[in-house]
Design a protein around this ligand. Structure first.
Ligand code: ZN
Length: 440
């Protein structure tokens, strides 16, 4: 490997020598049940995990804070439901102060995971990490306790070797990423940094953008009647099947997806999309359904031209108009227009320039480590978007593992990629925060 300074090579060797410790840390993190928060449910083992990381990082000299933020800090935000609190789900910030005069780097990762069902389908216990075939298996292995273990180990390695950074390096682990995003929102509202690395499973690509999403509910009225009686015309009081009217709108949505798929492509993201995800309709087995609703999950692209408006407003208007036009062509729906409702849970898209210093630093590190160093994007929202949109902190995803294994059965991450990522993060911190002797 060329292009590395002697100190950078020492850091890489040190991390490679700690592979066993890195894997053990990840296995320990997987062992905490941190299935994400649902309203009204008690906390799981989030505080135990955060305390474990706090102790480790404090032992390496970090100034550590583990605390339950005041709910007022996030109340009223569109992502956060009324009555939300952080009870027994503390957030962690561990700061390694720099010597002064350098850029500060934030390492941010979420420690909550999604539910493990169908648990019986796993080849081993999702909360009891297994190491086999060169991989660590368990819930959160790639999304994203693997990335969290990497960023913790990277920071520890720099401290252990006494590498002096000019700027601060902060390790920040949050909860709620898989539910409300409230943990990341606290970070955005309380932390300052010149850039952030979020080690979501990018396969060591550098992701500079993500799509936003909206949740729509369409409700259609039909007219009740006996299902066994031959129908009359609706104009003469006949029954109207609300489920069939929703099927008609599902076809309209299919054409909208086709329209979006053919628009000019984003260099790093798939096209905007609208996925019908839930249908609820009907009242009785022998009755024409009088009511049916259709829920849709809409993913949309970042759009610099829409700046200033609420994220997604343009997409909301287009969706409503598209449904209204389709309805106009149906005599019943023309007179009984479907209602479109926007459900809570919308999240904004985000994008940063590939010329940002943190992006160039990571691409340079990847190339100097003999890897491709590719730019990319994440199809779906993540906490990094909050750091970008709410705090103006340029945030990238750069982490170990395959995003397609996230949220699935038998989630896993290659050990070699964990080591490679920890090395990449450590070197990026040295270059971005200006370590003594850090320039190649
Ligand atoms: Zn994630």
């Amino acid at each position: 490997v060329t292009g590395l300074t002697a100190l950078e090579r020492r850091v890489c060797e040190h991390i490679a020598g700690r592979q066993h410790d890195l894997v053990a840390l990840l296995c320990e993190l997987i062992g905490f049940d941190t299935v994400t928060h649902t309203p009204g449910a008690p906390a799981r083992e989030e505080s135990g995990l955060q305390r474990l990381l706090a102790e480790r990082l404090a032992a390496r000299g970090a100034e550590v804070r583990v605390a339950e933020p005041e709910p007022a800090l996030v109340a009223g935000h569109p992502m956060v439901p009324d009555g939300f609190t952080f009870a027994e789900r503390p957030q962690l910030v561990a700061r390694f102060p720099g010597a002064g005069g350098g850029r500060t780097l934030l390492l941010n990762g979420h420690v909550d995971v999604v539910d493990v069902e169908p648990r019986a389908a796993w080849s081993s216990d999702p909360f009891e990490a297994a190491v086999r075939d060169g991989m660590v298996w368990g819930r959160g292995a790639c999304d994203m306790k693997g990335g969290v273990a990497c960023m913790v180990l990277a920071a520890e390695a720099l401290a252990e070797l006494g590498v002096r950074l000019a700027g601060d390096l902060a390790v920040n682990t949050v909860t709620e990423e898989e539910s409300t995003g409230a943990g990341g929102l606290v970070s955005a509202r309380t932390l300052r940094a010149d850039a952030a690395i979020v080690p979501e499973p990018s396969g060591l690509d550098v992701w500079v953008t993500c799509r936003g999403s909206l949740l729509a509910r369409i409700t259609v009225e039909g007219r009740a009647g006996h299902a066994g009686i031959a129908p009359r015309h609706p104009d003469h009081g006949g029954a109207v099947n609300a489920i069939e009217k929703v099927a008609y709108l599902v076809e309209a949505i299919r054409r909208l997806r086709e329209e979006w798929a053919l628009r000019p492509r984003h260099p790093h993201l798939p096209p905007a999309d609208c996925v019908p995800t839930m249908v609820v309709g009907g009242e009785w087995l022998v009755s024409y359904p009088a009511r049916c609703s259709l829920d849709c999950h809409i993913e949309f692209l970042p759009d610099a031209a829409a700046d200033g408006a609420r994220a997604g407003d343009r997409v909301r208007r287009e969706f409503e108009a598209w449904i209204a036009r389709a309805a106009d062509a149906d005599p019943w729906l023309h007179r009984h227009p479907p209602e479109v409702e926007w459900l809570p849970g919308a999240v904004p898209p985000a994008e940063i320039s590939s010329a940002e210093p943190v992006v160039r630093t990571l691409l340079g590190v990847e190339r100097d480590l003999g890897r491709p160093g590719r730019l990319g994007g994440l199809d779906n929202w993540h906490d990094g978007a909050t750091l970008i949109v709410e705090a103006g902190i340029p945030a990238v995803c750069y982490g170990p593992g395959d995003i397609h294994l996230a949220h699935g059965v038998d989630e896993r991450v290659p050990v070699a990629e964990l080591v490679a990522c920890a090395q990449g993060i450590a070197l990026a911190a040295m270059r971005f925060c200006d370590a003594d002797g850090g320039e190649p």
